[in-house]
Structure formats: C-alpha cells, structure tokens
Design a protein around this ligand. Structure first.
Ligand code: SAM
Ligand code: ZN
Length: 1007
C-alpha cells in the first residue's frame, strides 16, 4: 500500500504541474499580445455537438444528393461536415478564451449567424414572415385581406422585404434555419475580408481561405502542411474532406473497391469543367455504342416501335400439395400510382397465366394485396391455398449428423440461367414500354405503359439468351463479365444456399449480363486515359448496383421503379425483381457531380494495404474502423470487384484484386481485439509526439466502450476527449435491449507517454474529480440561449472522463489488459466496465436539476431522481426513449415502464400526476411508497377536486415524518410548479398549477 500511495502522490503532483504549466503557456502568450497555441486543440476542450449533429443529419438526409454518394455505393460513409468539424477542431488551438474560440470555430464552419445567412438559399414564405414579426412590425408592413391572409402593404420596396427576410430568419431556431440553407460544404470560401481579419487577428495568422488557414495552422503545430491519414478509408469521406480543406492526405483501405472510390473522390471531383466535359463525352460515346448495338439486335424495341424500360421477373415453383406451378411474389401490385396490377389466372394446365391490368379501382388494388404468393418465407398456393415453407420447397434438410443440407442445385461456371428441371425457375411477367408521341401543342411526350409479354416479346427474350450463349466464353475470357466464384461467408452464403448461384455473374440475368457486359467491353475498347477507365468502372458499379437479380421492384405511389441491390446490407435475392432497359440505365451510367469542388492541390496518396502495414507518418490520424460494425465490407464488395478486377489491375499496379477477406477486421472477440491493437500501435508510432488521433465509432453499450478503450490504451494511446454526434433513428424501443443510442462518438487521443503506475482503487477519487471537472467545464461553456449539451452528452463525458484518467497511466497494477481483452462474455464483468459505471453514477449525482439543492438531491431515492430527471429531460423538449434508458442505467433503476406514459422511440415521456392517479401506490416498489409518489398523489387529488387542501391533507397523513421532510416536499413541488408554462408540456399545466398552490400551503403549514 505504501508503494502505491507514493506512486499516487507523485502522479498527482505531476498532474497538477502539467495543468499549471499549460496555463502558464497561455498567459505568457497573451501577454505578448497574440494568442498563440496552448498545448490543447479546440476539440480537446469543446465541440458544438448539437449543431454538428444537426448538420450531419441534414447531410445524410440529402441521400443521393450528397457530394460523394454519386460516385458509387459504399456502406457507412461518414458525413463530410463531421469530418470538416473534426479536422478544424484538431487544428484550432484552445485558448483561455473559450467563447471567442467557439465564435471563430463556428464562423469558419459557416455555422454562426452570419454563416447561416450566407447559406440561406430558400426564402421564408410571406406567411412565415408575418408569423415571426411582432405586432408593431406586423402593422407596419402588412394588411390582412378579405380572406384573412396577410399581404404586404403597398409600396414596400424589395430591399425592405430582403431586410425582413433577414430579420425573421435570425429569429428562427437552428433547426428551422438549416432547412432554408445549403450545407456548409456546398459553399466555397464565403468569408469576407473583415471576417478574415478578425480570424487572423485572433489566431495570429494571415489567411484568406480555409485552405491557407489550415496550412498555417499546420505549420504552427507541426512545422508543415498538416498530413491527415485514414487507414480505413472506405468511401473516402475523411481523406476527401481533409484534402478539400487543404491538408495533405494519406488514405488506405484493405478493400480495392474502397480504394477505387477514395481515389475517385480525390482525383475526379476536383477536375476542371473542361476535363469533366471530356469525361462526359467519353461516357456518351460508350452509351451510344451500347445503344447502337442493342438497337441492331432489336432486343428492346417492340413491334410498335416502343422501347422497353423495365422488365419484371418472378420465380416459379411447384406446390407440393396440388402440383401447380406457382409464380412467386410478395405482392402482385405493379404500380400504386398508375393503379396497375398483375392477376393470376388458372391456365388449366396446373399453372397460372399472369395478366396485367392498368388503371384499376382502389378496391381492386386492395383485393390484389391479398393475392401475395409468398409471405414470411412461405409459398401460398393460389390454387389449393396450402402454405409451404420455402425451405421445404427447396428441399433443405437436416441430415443424420444434425447438419443442414441445402437442396437447391448448384450452378456451374458456364451457367447463366436455370434449367428446366430446377426447383426455382425464372419467368418474365410484365414489361413497361415507353411510347413517344406528340401532344396537342406539338411537344414530344412520353407515355409509359405496362404490358403482359406477347409472343414477340418472348422471341426477343429468347434472342437475348442466344446472344449471351454465343458470346459467353468470349465475355468471360476478356473479363467483360465476371467469372469469379462466390466465396461463402456470412452474407455471400445466402445466394448459394437459396438459389444455387455459385459465381458472381449468376446474380445477373441474361439481359443484364448482355448489356452490362457490352458496357464493360466498350469501356475497355474506347478508353484512352486512366480517368476514362475509372469513370467507366464507377459507371459499371452503379449499373450493377441498380440492376441485378437482387434489385426489387418498388410499386409505391410516385415510385414504380427498380431499387438498388444494396438497399440493405445483404445479398438476399427477392422472388420477383426488376431489370432495366438501356434507357433506365442512363442515370446510373452518367456520373453526376453533385458539387463542384475547388481544386485539390495538396499531395495525396491512396494505397491498397492492410491497416497493419501502414508505413506513412501522419500528423493527424482520423479513422473509422469497422468496429462492432454489422457490415461485411469484404464480402459485399466482391459483388463489384468481380466486374472491376481487370481494369483495377491495369490502372493500379500495386493494388491487388481480391478482397483479402482473411485480413478484414471484423466482429469482435480476441482475434479482432489483437488486430486492432496491432493496427493502433502502429498508428501511434506513425505520428509525431504532438500528433493527435480521432477514432470514430458507434456509441453502443458500456462494454463496447470499455473494450475499445482497452484496445487503444494497449496500443499506447491516451484519451483526451470524447464527443457524441447524435444520429438517432426512429426504430427501437424498450424491448430493443442494449443497443439503442445511435450516434457517432469521436474519441480524441494522443500518445501515452506516462511512466506512472497506479492501483485501481486509487483511481476513484481522481475519476470523481475529473467527472465533475468535465461537467463543470461543459456547463460553463454551454450556450444558455441555444444549449449544446443534453444529459446524454454529460453522461458520455463521464465515460470519457473515466477513460481519460485510466489511460493517463502507463499501467494499472490490478488490470491485466491482455486477459481482459481475451475474456469472453461469460467470464464476468470487466473492471473497466465497473469504472465507467461508477463514473456515470458520479455524474448522475452531480447533475442536479436546476432548483434542487445538491444535498436534497442526494437524499432522494434513485427512482425519485429518475423521475425528476425525466421531467427535466422533457423540459428540454427531448422525447427520446434512449434518454430514459440512459437515466435508468445511470440511476440503477431497471423497472420504470409503469412510470412511462409513452415508450415510443421518439415520443417517450413520463406520466403526469393526474395520469398516474392512484395507480401503483400499493405495490411493493420503493417508488410506490416514496415521498415523490405521495406528492404526485397529492397533486392528483388537488387537481381533480380543484382543492389543494385535499393534497395537503394527503401529504400530512401519508408522508412519514412530514414535518422533517417538509423542505424536501417543498423543493419537489417548486420544481413541478415550473412546468406550468413549458410550451411542449401542456399535459402538465393543471398539475403544475396545483403544485404552485400546494407548495404555498405546505410552506405556510403550521405557521
Ligand atoms: C466503417 S468503414 C470506413 C468508412 C469511411 N470512413 C467512409 O466514410 O466511407 C471501415 C473500412 O475498414 C476497411 N477495413 C476492414 N479491415 C481492414 C484492414 N485490415 N485494413 C484496412 N482496412 C480495413 C473496410 O474495407 C471498410 O472500408
Ligand atoms: Zn397447391
């Protein structure tokens, strides 16, 4: 014990020294008249999580309009604004003027008031302007017409209207504002000379653009343009944004398709207009050649000269009960908008004709909904009504040894269509054609119509099969279509087991193979530059994503469209699917640049290497590892790789062309942990002593946190801050179990240089200090008008605080990191999990709601604190179930469903006193007998009988030791009384009013 005490005290004094010395640095710098860098970055001290969450969410909601999504599919791309905010936060120094630091930071991100105005692209409606003005202003600018609509008074100049737009815009909340704005990244350097003067004055720089500022900050901190590295680059968000901001970048990924996308982000998006036009010309040339050939073959145009743009196929299988051949589809509705349905009719030969009917009634649509022939994995025979599991139809059986044997026939390398004897057979049942006509004004018009295929259509279908048959060997030999075998894995086993598809080309039907192959052939033949080859590959990948046997047909109103293969993160083949005619491949093939990107001029490297083998040195490593990530990148991407192999190997000699599955970091467990340690130890070495890392991961349960922390610690890194960017989704509920908080955590890390060793029990007081310090700092920094932090953020800060303390030591005597990381779930709780949970408890005790004396707060039962904190949450207009789940965990309250009036993911709230009424008072829970519960009853009675003396009587009779508990009762009632005027808590108004009266009665009681 003596030894450890000594170590502990040495350590403590070290800590104090380092805190003091950093303050000294700032003071000295300030005295010199310039605020130079402290040793901390902005992101290590503060981060505007609320605004960044909102901007990230907005970016993600833009779907295909995002800057990088147009280049091709990758799973889990990080929002660019999040990356930009992170890099800026790493490069900007934290000074002793955090308010000004934040002002400068937000200005640079155009997330301050002026920046938002600059980004405003939509106007407020006249109605909204009127709503946002005060009465005097309303009178000054508006009249109300006969219909009660506000109208501008006559003679208002357009400048005045502009001014009103501005005034009213500034009155909106952040959420409302950004709805009218473009994204920060869509504007290039919009700051004025004055703004730059302000920034330069403060930072001691001489910049006139984000790029030049980044460069200067890099020179100050690292002696050169900052180098940002990402060894899990994926779709390339991190390196792309870093390069766009003016950093040098190193990007690598194990997966060649990820590298291809990252390369394209960095090299294609910043091309000049002329270069882009040239690429487009190339795309057009390929497209025209494909079109010419298709027309020559005559495989898409019908006898009326109309061109097909979609083909619908289904599978058929025999009903084991009655022997009928049943066409399979989960829905026979073809279009809810065009009111088109398919109708199955007994053909008299143990099978069904499929008729197509357009313009049917709503009733017919409704009827059609009931005709599904496949539901929850079961075939429903329209003839004998028998339901048979598809696994039975496929003859999947369990053998004597207890293992599953899959009955479907496995396809050979040269096969591209099912055989007549197969269990599942494909059938074309509907075609959508486009008819070109001239309307009465003489304009060209397109009419789309659906049709049951006729004999000539079947002839064309046959021709497609003959063509592919003839060309098959040639196409495979030249790599114009894939010949790669599907290696089984978690996702890739599905097409093998359920369809017998053993090779990647079998995920495409003859028509798709023929056309996509024709594209690739022409890319090979017509491309003359690397850029053309790459743009060609991006196009091929998009075509494949949007047109495969895994592309479902979407019949929803306003859609009636073929969806993409990777609508989900799996390889499940639907029973019916769509196939595109060339005309509807157009949008996938032509690559659209959503955003013009100014030239990326800094150095950039893209390598196709395993993260374990990174050799480059970077100042800042920002990584988003596949950590407890459900996506099997290495498997899914082979869908693309099978087509891309040849060109990739031609263009990028050093890249390989398999997905190196064995090296992919995935899942969890000891192997995974060891790979991660290997990778992060290497990264820790691959940065200068003042280098910083940010690791992004999805915030899940404490266990995931604890494990990641151990990994990073074991890699020689130390946590300096953590922030959560919320991206919560609607799904999930109380039953959902552990993983409910959806959001990205940024863990900020630096090199671990300490030699100090400590015992676990000595850490607690230090963690307590750190948790409180962290919460105080956040509270001080928080914007009172526009709060940045919610309780969830404070709790996360507690997680982070415990890890900060823990990882600041070289070693904890009684924690065996290797052992902890090799432990399985059943080996019991890890001490790190305990530490984090303790930190959370400290935070909960410390996070006293406004109006509560901290002593009284501590004397409340956990259930009472849970309830009051829940009210506090609602007061902040937060209705997320996850917030209650966090509270439950923090206070150690497991059973709170009785307290909830609603448990929906985004509508969760507690019962009011009146909603509780007299329920659950006689149960044996502590809450049922608590003072708070009695107060709620007193309120219920006061409200119901409109007489607060009834409430007082209840309290006097029911609360043990009423007189001594009176001050607690008063505090709680005072608190509840504050709910009376909360805009979003109207359901509390009456009870809160009762509280206001009752509290006075209690206060004056006995006086
Ligand atoms: C979560 S994703 C990164 C997404 C990326 N941040 C983005 O915005 O698109 C993780 C990446 O790690 C890659 N990966 C998996 N194992 C790897 C390894 N051993 N070395 C390098 N990269 C690996 C996967 O291919 C995947 O692209
Ligand atoms: Zn049947």
């Amino acid at each position: 014990m003596e030894k450890s005490n000594k170590i502990c005290s040495i350590r403590k004094s070290n800590r104090r020294d380092s805190k003091q010395s950093s303050r000294l640095v700032w003071n000295v710098n300030i005295k010199k008249g310039k605020i130079a860098m402290g040793d901390k970055s902005f992101i290590e001290v503060q981060f505007p999580v609320s605004k960044i969450s909102k901007e990230s969410y907005k970016e993600r909601k833009a779907n295909l309009g995002q800057t990088l999504t147009g280049l091709g599919k990758w799973w889990g791309r990080k929002p660019l604004i999040l990356v930009r905010a992170t890099i800026l936060g790493l490069l900007l120094p934290a000074t002793d003027n955090p308010v000004k630091d934040r002002e400068i930071y937000l200005k640079l991100l155009t997330m301050d008031e002026d920046g938002l105005l600059k980004r405003k692209t939509k106007s407020l409606s006249t109605k909204d302007i009127y709503r946002l003005l005060d009465n005097t202003e309303k009178e000054k600018y508006f009249v109300i017409d006969d219909k009660g609509t506000p109208k501008y008074i006559r003679g208002i100049k357009s400048e005045e209207k502009q001014e009103l737009q501005k005034t009213c815009f500034n009155r909106l909340s952040y959420d409302e504002k950004i709805k009218l704005c473009c994204r920060p990244e869509e504007l290039d350097n919009v700051l004025s000379k004055e703004e730059w003067d302000d920034i330069n004055n403060y930072l001691g720089t001489n910049a006139d653009s984000l790029q030049s500022l980044v460069n200067e900050l890099g020179i100050k901190k690292f002696g050169h343009t900052p180098i940002v590295g990402d060894c899990f680059a994926g779709g390339g968000s991190i390196p792309f944004e870093a390069a766009r901001m003016g950093c040098e970048v190193y990007a690598s990924d194990l997966n060649p398709i990820a590298c291809l996308l990252t390369w394209a982000d960095l090299n294609i998006l910043s091309k000049s207009d002329e270069e882009i036009d040239k690429l487009r010309e190339f795309q057009q040339k390929v497209y025209d050649e494909v079109d010419r050939q298709i027309q020559e073959w005559g495989i898409e145009t019908n006898e009326e000269g109309d061109r097909a743009n979609s083909y619908l196929y289904c599978n058929e299988a025999q009903c084991p009960e009655c022997g009928y051949i049943v066409p399979l589809s989960p829905s026979w509705i073809i279009g809810k908008g065009t009111k088109t349905i398919a109708i199955l009719e007994n053909n008299g030969h143990s099978g069904f004709d499929i008729d197509i009917k357009q313009g049917v009634t709503d009733q017919e649509i409704k009827e059609c909904e009931k005709t599904a022939t496949i539901k929850s994995g079961k075939m429903i025979c329209p003839h004998c009504k028998t339901e048979t599991a598809m696994s039975v139809i496929r003859n999947d059986i369990t053998n004597d040894l207890g293992s599953k044997v899959y009955g479907i026939r496995k396809w050979g390398l040269n096969e591209f269509i099912n055989q007549d004897t197969d269990i599942l057979k494909q059938r074309l049942y509907c075609i959508r054609y486009i008819k070109k006509t001239i309307d009465k004004n003489g304009n060209e018009k397109e009419i789309r119509y659906y049709k049951k295929p006729n004999n000539l259509d079947y002839e064309r279908e046959k021709k497609v099969i003959e063509l592919i048959e003839k060309k098959f060997e040639y196409l495979q030999k030249n790599n114009y279509i894939p010949s790669m075998k599907i290696e089984t894995g978690y996702n890739t086993v599905q097409p093998v087991r359920e369809r017998g598809w053993m090779y990647w080309h079998q995920l495409f039907n003859p028509r798709q193979l023929l056309i996509h192959g024709l594209f690739l052939e022409n890319i090979h033949k017509l491309s003359t530059t690397i850029d053309e080859k790459i743009i060609g590959l991006l196009g091929i990948n998009k075509i494949n994503d949007w047109d495969s046997k895994l592309s479902i047909w979407d019949s929803y109103k306003g859609c009636e469209i073929i969806k993409n293969t990777f609508l989900n993160q799996a390889l499940n083949a639907p029973y019916n699917y769509g196939t595109r005619g060339l005309k509807s491949i157009y949008t996938s093939w032509f690559f659209n640049i959503n955003n013009k990107v100014s030239n990326i001029i800094t150095a950039k490297k893209v390598k196709n290497v395993d993260a374990r083998n990174v050799e480059d040195i970077c100042d800042l490593w920002i990584t988003d590892p596949p950590y407890s990530d459900a996506v099997n990148y290495h498997e899914l991407s082979e869908f693309f790789l099978a087509w891309d192999k040849k060109i990739i190997s031609e263009v990028f000699e050093e890249w390989y062309t398999d997905s190196r599955r064995i090296l992919a970091v995935k899942g969890s467990g000891e192997n995974f942990n060891n790979s991660m340690i290997e990778i992060y130890s290497n990264l820790a070495k691959s940065m200068p002593s003042n280098g910083i890392q940010v690791v992004m991961f999805t915030h899940q349960d404490v266990k995931v946190w604890a494990e990641l922390a151990l990994i990073l610690w074991a890699s020689g890194l130390q946590v300096t801050a953590a922030w959560n960017i919320a991206t919560e989704t609607e799904s999930g509920g109380l039953k959902d179990g552990g993983n409910y908080v959806k959001g990205t955590v940024l863990l900020v890390l630096k090199k671990q240089n300490s030699d100090n060793i400590v015992y676990l029990d000595e850490l607690y007081p230090e963690i307590e200090d750190e948790v409180k310090f962290q919460i105080d700092t956040m509270r001080d920094l928080d914007d009172k008008e526009d709060p940045n932090f919610t309780d969830a953020d404070y709790l996360l800060a507690a997680y982070a605080a415990s890890l900060k303390v823990l990882t600041s030591y070289k070693n904890i005597e009684d924690i065996d990191v290797q052992y902890e990381l090799s432990k399985s779930d059943s080996d019991g709780e890890s001490p790190i999990v305990d530490i984090i949970n303790d930190a959370v408890k400290i935070a909960f005790d410390y996070l006293t709601p406004k109006g509560f004396d901290s002593y009284t707060w501590k004397t409340l039962l956990p259930e009472e604190r849970f309830y009051i904190k829940g009210l506090d949450t609602e007061k902040n207009n937060v209705y997320k179930l996850s917030a209650y789940q966090e509270l439950g965990r923090g206070f150690g309250v497991n059973e709170y469903s009785d307290m909830m009036a609603n448990t929906k993911a985004n509508k969760a709230r507690l019962k009011t006193a009146s909603e509780f009424a007299m329920k659950y008072t006689n149960d044996n829970t502590k809450f049922g007998h608590s003072i708070l519960r009695n107060i709620l009853i007193a309120l219920y009675k006061s409200t119901k009988e409109e007489d607060a003396t009834k409430g007082k009587a209840w309290l006097r009779n029911e609360v043990n030791d009423y007189w001594n508990e009176r001050s607690k009762i008063i505090e709680i009632l005072d608190y509840i009384a504050t709910l009376e005027y909360i805009e979003n808590m109207k359901h509390w108004t009456k009870d809160a009013k009762s509280a206001k009266i009752l509290v006075e009665l209690v206060r004056n009681d006995g006086v």
